[in-house]
Design a protein around this ligand. Structure first.
Ligand code: PHE
Ligand code: FE
Length: 300
């Protein structure tokens, strides 16, 4: 393992320029400052307070099972035995973003890369790249769920394969990650009725503003999960999502993504991408967004 370095991506006049590193590092726990621990405490308590009733039951249950607490930044070494016993996953420390293939290979081996550094106090509500709070609080709890844990490993294997196929396949697969792992909603409800929508996406649960926006705002679309539709849909990296996709269950996600994607990539290669905010006639619409506050351009 190498010594940790805080790598910051740059905001330049050409926009956001990410920096990629491959190093796996020991979490430099002793070097966290009081401010770092205080930032963790504030973010953790804020999300714990608002997420009941918004986040899915599996997420809330896993947060408790993992024994993450607000008083100090968790040690990966303390979380790993719990996580490993539940689903065979392990956390590894990284500087920040990884090259795609490296990331996929880790996932396929059930290693989840967690950025070791935490945001500054002035970045409580937004930062342009993943930090420890997003990676640990956002992604790790659902890795305690056996079905979701299998989905993430299958995604890693699928990523290695897509990487060998080409750039277009990777674009399609990345959209799937974005609209499920990062920004997914799930149907859930009292007494098995499944009439409420809840959050499971890590990009949402780690954001106070989007946790409320995705479920309670009239602006965004909320649409039933459809694999190929999602793989054609562009997305936002700089604003709340214009569209969220809703799964019925993690089993549905696992089943839908089980088949070989190679023929799907072939089919999608000849189709136009779909703008982030569009609603199609074939969509199962839970809510048609008003589009309030949307920017006209900037979908990626
Ligand atoms: N079945 C996919 C493939 O053949 C693998 C995969 C599984 C991708 C789950 C994403 C999520 O590529
Ligand atoms: Fe993420």
């Amino acid at each position: 393992m190498e010594s940790p370095v805080r790598v910051e991506s740059q905001l330049t006049d050409k926009g956001y320029v990410p920096v990629y590193t491959t190093a796996v590092v020991e979490q430099p726990w002793d070097s966290y400052t009081d401010t770092d621990h205080a930032v963790w405490a504030q973010l953790f308590e804020r999300q714990k307070r608002i997420l009941p009733g918004l986040a899915c039951d599996e997420f809330i249950a896993a947060l408790d099972a993992m024994e993450m607490t607000p008083d100090r930044i968790p040690k990966f070494a303390d979380l790993n035995p719990i996580l490993h016993a539940a689903t065979g996953w392990e956390l590894i420390g990284v500087e920040g973003l990884l090259p795609e293939l490296t990331f996929f290979e880790h996932l396929a081996q059930r290693r989840f890369p967690v950025t070791w550094w935490i945001r500054k106090p002035e970045q409580m509500d937004y930062l342009a790249e993943p930090d420890l709070f997003h990676d640990l609080f956002g992604h790790v709890p659902l890795l305690m769920n056996p079905v979701f844990a299998d989905y993430m490993a299958a995604y890693g294997r699928g990523g290695v394969k897509a990487h060998g196929i080409g750039t277009d396949a990777l674009v399609n697969l990345t959209r799937l990650y974005w609209y499920t792992v990062e920004f997914g909603l799930i149907r859930q409800g009292k007494s098995g009725q499944k009439d409420d929508l809840r959050i499971y996406g890590s990009g949402i649960v780690s954001s106070k503003g989007e946790s409320i926006h995705c479920l309670h705002s009239d602006a965004p679309n909320r649409i039933g999960f459809d694999l190929e539709r999602i793989m054609r849909t562009r997305y936002r990296i700089d604003t709340y999502q214009k569209t969220y996709f809703v799964i019925d269950s993690f089993e549905q996600l696992m089943d839908a993504t089980g088949p070989d994607f190679a023929p799907i990539y072939g089919r999608l290669a000849t189709q136009e991408s779909i703008p982030a905010g569009d609603v199609l006639e074939t969509d199962a619409v839970y809510h048609r967004g008003t589009g309030e506050g949307w920017l006209a351009d900037g979908d990626v």
